[in-house]
Design a protein around this ligand. Structure first.
Ligand SMILES: *Cc1c(COP(=O)(O)O)cnc(C)c1O
Length: 390
């Protein structure tokens, strides 16, 4: 008899041949604008910690105090023994930031998308999804059993044509999109999608993983940035990026949130968010509200990098971006890997992102409020020096 696991080695060999193989890299010590990557000090352009809050003493103190008071684990699901007043405080703070009636926190952003989508639509329904949506939106759509129409990236006309053609064949309809596309850095055409959702009676789920704390006057996200605050939306986000903690959420109407508490399996059948993560996220939201200068500094850094690239590297191929995520495009996975390696040898940590995560290989740079001008200048200098061999 043949070994039933032999195919795994063969599959790994195929992954290697395509230059798609992935492995972890160890960061030693604390996170920040510079980190120790496998013992080497590098400038960190690979972090989602946009505001630098993951190492903020106030978040650390809040998490530590919560562990002291409540212990390390929440010991049960929210509906059984896991619920603490701290969870409700966090949910109220999220609802207040988003200006929605209520919010519900999940143990991760991934689980928030899986839970919300499978609760909102099923076999008799239709999902319209941007082709570049995050894995959690894609897998939530598949798990829901709904019919899926994947539209070309940001193509509002394609959404409209499909809704005209087929909306009447389905019971409910959900449009689902990243607000800031996580591997590209551009924004979804939110106002046009809101209009279509209203015209064709569709629910609209916006994934604000990279928008929260970053976009909008108060840091509420892309919804605020586009003046869509107050619209009937399903606003999803994570506590793990600009908020420096762990966990995810859905914000929206009181009835939506009440319904999710009764129907979202990835919330009902999993252990409640830990006290430490909950307390850190709550502290982060207060900082986002009280310290807009962090967001202002982040955007200053974005503008500075874009200006320097324009001046010094006019030949680099940049993907369109309206966020702190800036991508340099490469012809092949091999070229992108080579570039990442060269950057790393010059103490710049900016990873190559390759298929199957994205259709085309790229170096993905994400900026933080805590980068200083020298960090950004060094990045451009290294890119300039290396760009001949890119
Ligand atoms: C990171 C991310 C998620 C998942 O959030 P986690 O809290 O890390 O599970 C969902 N959607 C998008 C667009 C993301 O970038």
């Amino acid at each position: 008899m043949s070994d039933p696991y032999a195919w795994i080695e063969q599959s790994l060999a195929t992954i290697h041949r395509a230059d798609w193989y992935r492995s972890v890299q160890t960061i030693n010590g604390c996170c920040g604008a510079t980190v120790l990557l496998e013992g080497q000090e590098v400038i960190n352009f690979a972090s989602n910690d946009y505001l630098g809050l993951a190492s903020d003493p106030r978040l650390i103190a809040a998490a530590t105090a919560a562990v002291q008071e409540f212990g390390t684990g929440s010991t049960g699901s929210r509906l059984l023994s896991g619920h603490r007043e701290l969870h409700r405080e966090l949910e109220r703070a999220i609802a207040s930031l988003k200006q929605t009636e209520d919010a519900i926190v999940f143990s991760s952003g991934y689980l928030a998308n899986l839970g919300a989508i499978t609760a909102l639509v099923g076999k008799r329904d239709l999902i319209l999804a941007d082709q570049y949506n995050h894995s959690s939106l894609r897998n939530g759509a598949i798990l829901s059993g709904a019919a899926i129409f994947e539209y070309p990236h940001c193509d509002v006309e394609a959404v409209k044509t499909e809704l005209k053609r087929s909306r009447q064949n389905y019971r409910r309809c959900l449009i689902a999109t990243d607000s800031v596309f996580s591997m590209d850095g551009d924004l979804c055409p939110l106002p046009a999608l809101v209009n279509l959702a209203e015209e064709f009676s569709c629910m609209l789920l916006v994934d604000e993983a990279h928008g929260t704390g970053v976009l909008g006057k108060t840091g509420a996200g892309c919804v605020e940035y586009f003046g869509c605050t107050g619209k009937q939306l399903v606003q999803m986000g994570t506590l793990s990026k600009a908020l420096g903690s762990l966990g995810g959420y859905i914000a929206g109407s009181a009835s939506l949130i009440d319904y999710l508490r009764n129907r979202a399996s990835s919330w009902i059948y999993t252990t409640a968010l830990s006290p430490a993560d909950t307390a850190a996220a709550l502290t982060a939201i207060n900082i986002v509200k009280q310290e807009p200068q962090r967001r202002a500094q982040l955007w200053k850094n974005v503008d500075y990098l874009k200006k320097l690239i324009q001046q010094h590297l006019p030949n680099l191929k940049l993907l369109p971006s309206e966020s702190p995520i800036i991508c340099l495009q490469f012809a092949s996975a091999k070229d992108a890997l080579q570039a990442a390696k060269q950057l790393k040898s010059a103490s710049i940590f900016a990873p190559a992102i390759r298929p199957p995560t994205v259709p085309t290989s790229r170096i993905r740079i994400s900026l933080m409020a805590t980068h200083d001008q020298k960090h950004i200048e060094k990045l451009v200098e290294v890119l300039k020096y290396r760009s001949t061999s890119f």
